[in-house]
Design a protein around this ligand. Structure first.
Ligand SMILES: [Ca+2]
Length: 460
């Protein structure tokens, strides 16, 4: 942890120093002249800039005229010999997504253009390392890359931010077979992708972590779809204990900030469902994980979590259903003001919830259900000093548990964890203010019955 922090800040210090040195060059030259003329001392360069705790990454500042929003088509029976003008007619589409003459090259930055891809498998990567992708300055003028309505479109991978900057881009309804990657090769965050909306993608991979957002990514909105079946593969992070010669990959591995993952089914594979861990305090903050179903991940004998949320501050996990994972359900570690509320954590093969072990800072854990987890409700690796655990529905009488009765799920055998009429979790939640307050179906909290329920569903 400390090694990475030192690396990070030395890097930033060096860059600041270099910049200052460059600015100081003319004055150095002048000083040299003065020195030669009057034998006066040269200008001293101070190397004592304050170490920045975070790097502010500015949004795109380019301005564009009012967007006209053209639609361009790509199809497996198309031709890249068709002009962009012709490709606006679905009868004369482009053949490829990428490339100088492909469909994506027709889209203009800031013009709200759409690339509409017809059914088929395209062995291509949508990658800003290959060519500049069309950025916008808001979602109003953002470009959209999408599958044609009702058609199945499969591509290889999506890779954003490793060479050219990309912001305000929408990608919808694609099947992606070699993973999604957001990041930057620059240690100072240059070209970090941000404000990217990824809607209803089906993402998997056989050789990588499935969905990765690196440290400098921010304001990604990942909504709907599936992220699944992370492989065991040598290049991935090794778990403890590592499977012989292999690393366990994760379905989601993210430590950016201000990112949202919502309404996604995250399942399968032998590692973590969502793994938020930077190893650096404060890195990976203000993320939201909500309305997800995270299930059937992990490996017997290997520690993992359906959802791990640690290191950063002000992260929130709420209204998720975390079930049938082979290790822990929810893991909470270090960071300030992190919150986990109204989650339903059921049938996991280890404890339902693990707290601590990554540090000991304030975490709020309230209105959650833990039930039928093999080893019990909570495993505390030293109770986090600031942990507030209250008003939860548990399997066993623990501190912070309101009741241990059967929560009366509607149909556990069908993984339906809504509450039956008469459930002791109904109307027993604590009303929380100033936070997102709908359940996993979008029902406003407290709008049914007498008040907030415990768990992911609101009922009466
Ligand atoms: Ca209620």
């Amino acid at each position: 942890m400390s090694e990475r922090l030192i690396y990070c800040c030395n890097d930033l210090l060096n860059e600041k120093f270099t910049r200052r040195f460059r600015l100081a060059l003319p004055w150095l030259a002048l000083s040299l002249i003065l020195l030669l003329q009057a034998i006066t001392p040269a200008v001293a360069i101070s190397q004592t800039p304050a170490a920045p705790s975070t790097l502010t990454i500015s949004s795109a500042t380019e301005t564009f005229p009012a967007p006209t929003g053209n639609t361009y088509y790509v199809a497996t029976n198309g031709s890249d010999g068709n002009s962009c003008s012709a490709a606006q007619n679905s009868n004369t589409p482009k053949r490829n997504i990428m490339g100088a003459s492909g469909g994506l090259a027709c889209l203009r930055a800031g013009n709200a253009d759409i690339l509409d891809i017809r059914a088929g498998t395209y062995r291509e990567n949508i990658s800003s390392a290959i060519q500049t992708l069309p950025s916008g300055t808001s979602y109003t003028n953002a470009a959209t890359i999408r599958a044609h309505t009702g058609e199945t479109v499969t591509i290889n991978g999506i890779s954003l931010g490793n060479a050219s900057p990309i912001a305000y881009l929408i990608i919808e309804d694609l099947f992606v077979t070699t993973g999604v990657w957001g990041g930057t090769t620059y240690g100072d965050g240059r070209n970090a992708p941000h404000h990217i909306r990824l809607t209803n993608l089906d993402v998997t991979s056989s050789t990588t972590n499935v969905f990765v957002l690196n440290k400098w990514t921010h304001h990604f909105e990942v909504n709907g779809g599936k992220i699944h079946d992370a492989p065991v593969y040598p290049a991935c992070v090794e778990a403890t204990p590592p499977p012989a010669g292999n690393g366990v990959c994760y379905n989601v591995y993210q430590y950016g900030s201000d990112n949202i993952f919502e309404n996604i089914e995250i399942y399968g594979g032998q590692g973590y469902g969502i793994h938020q861990y930077s190893g650096v305090p404060g890195i990976g903050s203000r993320n939201i994980y909500r309305y997800n179903k995270i299930h059937n991940g992990g490996k017997v004998g290997v520690t993992s979590c359906g959802l791990l949320m640690t290191n950063g501050d002000d992260n929130v996990a709420h209204s998720n259903i975390i079930y049938d994972n082979l290790s822990y359900g929810l893991c909470l570690g270090s960071g300030a003001r992190n919150k986990a509320y109204n989650n339903t954590i059921v049938g996991n093969g280890h404890y339902g919830v693990q707290s601590g072990g990554y540090g000991n800072d304030a975490t709020i854990y309230v209105n959650n259900i833990t039930y039928n987890n093999t080893l019990g409700d909570f495993n505390d690796w030293g109770i986090p000093a600031g942990l507030t655990r209250s008003n939860n529905h548990c399997a066993n009488a623990n501190t912070g548990c309101l009741t241990t009765e059967n929560p009366l799920f509607r149909d556990s055998s069908k993984k339906d964890f809504a509450l039956q009429t008469g459930s002791p979790a109904i109307d027993r939640g604590t009303a929380l203010s100033g936070i997102s307050a709908t359940d996993i179906n979008g029902t406003p909290r407290g709008s049914l019955g007498l008040g907030w329920d415990i768990g992911a569903y609101e009922s009466k």
